[in-house]
Ligand binder design. Structure first.
Ligand code: NAD
Ligand code: FES
Length: 305
């Protein structure tokens, strides 16, 4: 059992959970992930270890609520527990040992570059992080990344930091020169755009692939991706690969495979919730329950209501 110690809403649909997992906290390395199993009947979800505290015996998981399983996970409150967390899994990031690295994080992917920036700084590498969000409220981990070097924040609408995509800021750094390695994590179109941008500059670029995972043991084939014309399994041979060799088109296609099933599961969950609330409202005296039932959920930034 892994009790939740802390819970923080980072952006409209991104939540940080700090959970007890002492053994994993002790041995985890940058780039590794865990498989989280909330309880009986729940889906197994791969999540990168965003941070860890070996002394406190905790790891930090950052979850974007996009479907039923992630919604169930972020519904956990402090004190409630995840039944099973398997890991650390995957190959650790191949960190350079000197020079200058740029860590590029798009949206929730920023949480995944955090341990990479942490590991690089610990080795004495100069780190610049470029992080992006749709607008100010979607920017996460800015303060944490400032502990390890410069941070350039970009927003799509210009509401905070530099106006534009992370690739706009990256182009300026590449033009200035002196970049030895790039680590990029975020949505597939972002990682593909970073890869195309850095290729002509000849700067080595690593990306972390969010392939669909089932068993995370290399047995089921769910996470297969094409890298350098070969089929590889992201769970055991990745999740990080040379961006210039990844077939991003195939990855994007495979990620849409289960979208209709995910949508159906989410809709079923919402119907059950509405039915439960209606049943409760019917039992409770008006004014005691009815008013609360109509109120938007609390704990979320205004714009997401
Ligand atoms: P988003 O769509 O809001 O984009 C975040 C930022 O990425 C943007 O602000 C922009 O700076 C950059 N970006 C997006 N599209 C770009 C493009 N075409 N060119 C250049 N830059 C671009 O991000 P989000 O909603 O937080 O991301 C969610 C996605 O990230 C999901 O699809 C999820 O599966 C994926 N994800 C990937 C990983 C991983 O390990 N690669 C981890 C977590 C989530
Ligand atoms: Fe099954 Fe990787 S998740 S082979």
């Amino acid at each position: 059992m892994h009790p939740v110690r802390e819970k923080v809403q980072l952006s409209p649909n991104v939540t940080r959970l700090v959970v007890e997992a002492p053994r994993i906290a002790e041995i985890r390395q940058p780039g590794q992930f865990v498989i989280v199993h909330l309880g009986p009947g729940a889906e197994r979800i791969p999540l990168t270890i965003a941070d860890g505290d070996a002394v406190a015996g905790t790891i930090t998981l950052v979850i974007q609520s996009v479907g039923k399983s992630t919604a169930d996970l972020v519904a956990l409150e402090v004190g409630q527990a995840i039944i099973d967390i398997a890991g650390p899994l995957g190959r650790p990031t191949e960190l350079i040992g000197s020079g200058r690295a740029v860590c590029v994080g798009g949206g929730v992917g920023t949480a995944v570059v955090h341990p990479i920036a942490q590991g690089l700084a610990a080795r004495g590498v100069a780190v610049t992080s470029i992080i992006g969000g749709r607008s100010r409220e979607w920017v996460i981990f800015e303060e944490e990344l400032r502990r390890y070097g410069d941070v350039v924040v970009c927003t799509d609408d210009g509401s905070y930091g530099r106006h534009g995509f992370v690739t706009d800021a990256l182009r300026d750094l590449l033009d200035a020169g002196g970049v030895d390695e790039i680590y990029a994590v975020g949505p597939v179109p972002m990682m593909r755009a970073v890869s195309e941008l850095t290729r002509p500059y000849g700067v080595p670029t690593m990306v972390s692939l969010n392939a669909i995972m089932v068993d995370a043991t290399g047995m089921c084939g769910g996470c297969r991706v094409s890298v350098g014309g070969k089929t590889v399994y992201a769970c055991v041979e990745g999740p990080e690969f040379d961006a210039h060799k990844v077939d991003f088109r195939e990855l994007a296609d495979r990620l849409t495979t289960y979208r209709s099933f995910e949508q159906a599961a989410l809709e079923r969950q919402q119907q059950v919730h509405v039915a439960k609330m209606a049943a409760l409202a019917a039992e409770a005296p008006v004014g005691e329950m009815g008013a609360d039932f109509m109120r938007p959920p609390t704990g979320l930034p205004e714009a997401s209501r």
